[in-house]
Ligand binder design. Structure first.
Ligand SMILES: [Zn+2]
Length: 620
């Protein structure tokens, strides 16, 4: 880097850094005149903290940085210069300029993509006469203690007849018992079709059958196919949407970041070219509508999964904001991205404190879905978006700290943006939805303003928070995001976050925790989660536990005692919810990630959990 000396009036470059004792100093005023700058307001306390907090933005997108209150008169000049050197990458990154330390090029790999899966349509015919490649038959298991051949159903029996009893013989030989989530493939020789896949539905009442899981179980055996057609036998209207959702979720694989050492044939998309839903009484029009709904939802879930899978050097706060903006452009949502200066102007001291140690700028993402014809209902969905959580000075250290997993700490934002993708395509009537993500990175540095344990910070509504643990940072970002969201006139708001290890301890990795101040909203969420095939369990908002969040100095602390940690986290958030707002908090710390293939998730990684429930809630 070359350093030169100029008179202010001769400067032409895109960036001017000036050192002043107290802004606005004469040099700043001169520079502002030269550059037609407007000052970005910042609080008085920040001007004392050092160079990185005060800067001036030109109306021409050129940036002028000023060391607010650096105190040149007090320190030796060399110390000043060292401090400036350390601050430069941060200053540049905040200006949207790349320096070596701050570079995160945009990454289109994490942008929303519509499904590239097989074509899916209705074929009004009987399974017995269908002539494609692989025919899938769904079978119910016997009740406990019942013996004998499985019931193949009308179409299964017709196919078995065509194949001269081969299916029943295969079931017997393989001891296939049609347990839920199982599937078996049977090759067929010398006939039109090449393969029969049997999928187990378990022994359940018809209304309780898990068609999503059935679709995903079938997908497992369809995945290695290189083209060809698949027929799903004996399908009626109610099953189509969950079945197709499960199928698409089961067929998904994420090879975006495989490099040159992975053979191309492993990276190539496989699976069938077409899927036909076979039934004698199907209505192609209604089927197509159900398939479209299933695709919208599955694409939303897959978008969320891929955001969670994205490495933290790729899914950075600026890139997450870019992905959200791109989503809005593709699907007709409005997007507003607030930078740090704008958040500061709104007083979001709690949110901004979390990202201060990062060289990457924090961003507040706000997408809005507005239906045609206006809306009587306004819903807010707020997602936690920590693109990486080191823990801060309360560093995640040692075995079991899961620091290497902390790219998943934006799982809540992924669910919010996945739901935005689904809702934008489903276009529900009479409901406006605001999707808010306050995204940042929780890091460690000596940057002035970087969060220390013990710091007292101030949220948008003036609440002061003593930070007794920098690793309980998600709630600090959510506090301002919830306040901002309620400022948009929503009457109900759901926040979703990978918030506490305590919730994982309580409910394991298959059930998300829910806290709510409204029986009505909690009931609708429970109902939505049932329809969506995701598991929620309502937990108590035990007021007396707030005792553990009391601070000797500020309005509250951010962390309570070890026991009941998921509950005190919810109680903390509740302090930022207005009395009249219906609010629910979903803790997905356990469910946002699958360590191995599970249910409708064909691989380890992000699950996109709660995209389906949030979408169903908005549609209800
Ligand atoms: Zn944390």
């Amino acid at each position: 880097m070359a350093v030169s000396m100029f008179a202010i009036s001769s400067l032409r470059g895109p960036l001017l850094v000036a050192f002043t004792r107290q802004p606005p100093a004469s040099i700043a005023i001169a520079a502002c005149k030269q550059y037609s700058c407007v000052r970005v307001p910042h609080s008085a306390s920040n001007t004392r903290r050092g160079i990185s907090s005060g800067f001036w933005m030109s109306t021409r997108q050129q940036l002028l940085c000023l060391g607010g209150g650096l105190g040149l008169g007090i320190r030796a000049q060399s110390a000043q210069q060292r401090q400036l050197g350390r601050c430069m990458p941060r200053l540049l990154s905040r200006a949207g300029m790349h320096s070596a330390a701050a570079a995160t090029p945009p990454h289109e790999m994490i942008y929303f993509r519509s499904s590239t899966g097989p074509s899916i349509e209705a074929t009004v015919t009987d399974a017995g006469v269908w002539g494609g490649h692989t025919l899938v038959i769904f079978l119910q298991a016997h009740a406990e203690g019942v013996e004998g051949p499985l019931e193949l159903g009308e179409s299964g029996a017709a196919v078995d007849g065509e194949l001269e009893g081969a299916i029943q013989a295969f079931i017997e030989a393989e001891e296939f018992d049609a347990k839920e989530g199982t599937a078996k493939a049977m090759p067929v020789f010398g006939k039109g079709i090449k393969r029969v896949v049997l999928v187990g539905l378990g022994n359940k009442e018809a209304a309780d059958l898990d068609w999503r899981l059935a679709g995903a179980s079938a997908a497992k055996l369809m995945k290695p196919m290189r083209g060809g057609s698949v027929g799903l036998a004996c399908i009626d209207g109610d099953r189509i949407q969950p079945l197709v959702e499960g199928l698409l979720l089961g067929l998904h694989s994420d090879h975006r970041f495989r490099g040159t050492k992975t053979p191309d044939k492993l990276k190539a998309r496989k699976g069938p070219e077409s899927v036909e839903l076979i039934g004698g009484s199907l209505s192609p029009g209604a089927t197509a509508a159900d398939v479209e709904k299933a695709k919208a939802i599955a694409d939303g879930v897959i978008f969320a999964r891929e955001l969670v899978n994205g490495a933290p050097n790729i899914v950075t706060p600026p890139n997450l904001a870019r992905a959200a903006e791109d989503l809005a452009t593709q699907l007709g949502l409005t997007a507003e991205i607030l930078d740090e200066a704008q958040c500061e102007e709104l007083g979001m001291g709690s949110f901004l404190a979390v990202g201060r140690a990062s060289n990457l700028p924090s961003k507040l993402i706000h997408l809005t879905y507005s239906p045609e014809g206006g809306a009587s209902r306004k819903v807010g969905i707020v997602g936690k978006g920590l693109t990486f959580d080191s823990g801060g000075y309360n560093l995640k250290a040692g075995a079991g700290s899961m620091i290497e997993m902390m790219k998943m700490d934006m799982g809540g934002s992924a669910a919010a943006l996945g739901a935005a993708a689904a809702i934008a395509r489903l276009r529900p009537k009479d409901v406006e939805v605001h999707f808010i993500v306050a995204t940042c990175e929780n890091m460690i540095s000596g940057n002035p303003g970087a969060l220390r344990p013990g710091d007292i910070i101030t949220a948008m509504d003036g609440t002061t928070i003593e930070v007794n643990n920098t690793d309980a940072e998600g709630r600090l970002t959510l506090a301002d995001a919830l306040l901002y969201c309620q400022g948009k006139g929503v009457t109900e708001v759901v926040d979703i976050a990978t918030l506490t290890g305590a919730c994982m301890v309580a409910l394991g990795q298959g059930i998300s925790g829910m806290w709510s101040n409204s029986d009505d909203l909690a009931g609708r969420l429970e109902e939505a989660s049932k329809r969506a095939g995701e598991k929620l369990w309502r937990m108590p908002l035990e007021d007396s536990y707030f005792e553990g969040l009391k601070s000797d100095f500020a309005d509250m602390k951010n962390t309570g005692p070890r026991f009941g940690g998921a509950i005190t986290a919810a109680l903390f958030l509740q302090k930022f919810v207005h009395k009249e707002t219906k609010w629910a908090h979903l803790d997905i710390a356990g469910t946002a990630w699958a360590e191995k293939p599970k249910g409708v998730h064909p691989a380890a990684g992000g699950t996109g959990e709660m995209v389906r429930t949030l979408t169903a809630l908005v549609q209800s």
